[in-house]
Design a protein around this ligand. Structure first.
Ligand code: F6R
Length: 245
């Protein structure tokens, strides 16, 4: 596990974008695993900037996002489909037919999860998976559990996630109750993993996840077992690991 210390959010975003750029330059037909949330937005912005300068070409790339709310149409402004198009896809040249997210509008969970895993497999697997991490150590929608979930599956959102997300919806009742997410096994199968994490509020979980015991109670801790993980964290997120670095 390689930990890269960044000064702040912008520096983290630049460093992470550098890793993704190198991947795309060295392998133009890369399969990229992508994430939503606030952590990678700056990374996407930086990639868009370099794309606009002519330094990057995504025309050979395929993407698979980690997760999507079950029950939302793709054009819903809180869907991850919408988020990804607003923050990245609308600004670069990834061919639309090679952009993949779980289909939230497909209510047959078993069918959709099986379809998604098969599509990842058919694309040859993920070359580089970008991740953020939740305050409780979740990755994708893989929340703390008694065992690590495997492939893409449907999860019930926790009350705290529904509470945290209700500000984006008309009311708490409008927040989807379920989501489709790549499982921990799907994530661990990626050939390389890049996790971005910033802010003092993540300092405790960074220490726990990357220097504590490997346990499904802290889903991101499994990444310690992957042989090619790069964590790009800002100083604030690493502030409780000073004695370990
Ligand atoms: C996003 C995702 C989540 C986020 C995590 C951190 O697709 O799957 O696991 O990465 O909740 O979110 P932020 O970056 O908003 O702190």
């Amino acid at each position: 596990m390689k930990i890269i210390c960044a000064k702040d959010y912008d520096d983290m975003s630049r460093k992470a974008a550098n890793v993704i750029s190198a991947q795309v330059i060295l392998k133009s037909d890369s399969v990229l695993g992508l994430a939503t949330g606030s952590s990678p937005i700056g990374t996407y912005k930086q990639l868009i900037e370099w794309y606009n300068k002519g330094d990057l070409d995504f025309s050979g790339c395929t993407t698979f996002n980690l997760d999507e709310y079950r029950g939302l149409q793709p054009d819903h402004d809180q869907s991850y489909h919408y988020f990804m198009h607003e923050n990245f896809f609308n600004h670069v040249n990834i061919p639309a037919e090679r952009i993949n997210l779980p289909r939230g509008a497909e209510m047959d969970a078993e069918k959709e999860c099986a379809r998604y895993d098969a599509a990842i497999e058919a694309a040859g697997g993920v070359d580089l998976q970008l991740l953020g991490m939740g305050l409780n150590g979740h990755i994708g929608f893989n929340e703390p559990e008694d065992c690590f979930p495997k492939g893409t599956h449907c999860v019930d959102l926790t009350t705290s996630t529904i509470e945290a997300n209700k500000r984006f919806f008309a009311s708490a009742d409008d927040v989807p109750r379920q989501a489709y997410t790549m499982g921990v096994q799907t994530i661990m199968r990626a050939r390389r993993i890049l996790l971005v994490v910033n802010g003092e509020n993540k300092a405790d979980i960074v220490r726990e996840a990357f220097f504590g015991p490997i346990t499904p109670k802290v889903p991101a801790s499994i990444l310690q077992l992957h042989n090619d993980v790069t964590i790009v964290a800002d100083e604030a997120a690493l502030s409780k690991c000073k004695d370990l670095l």
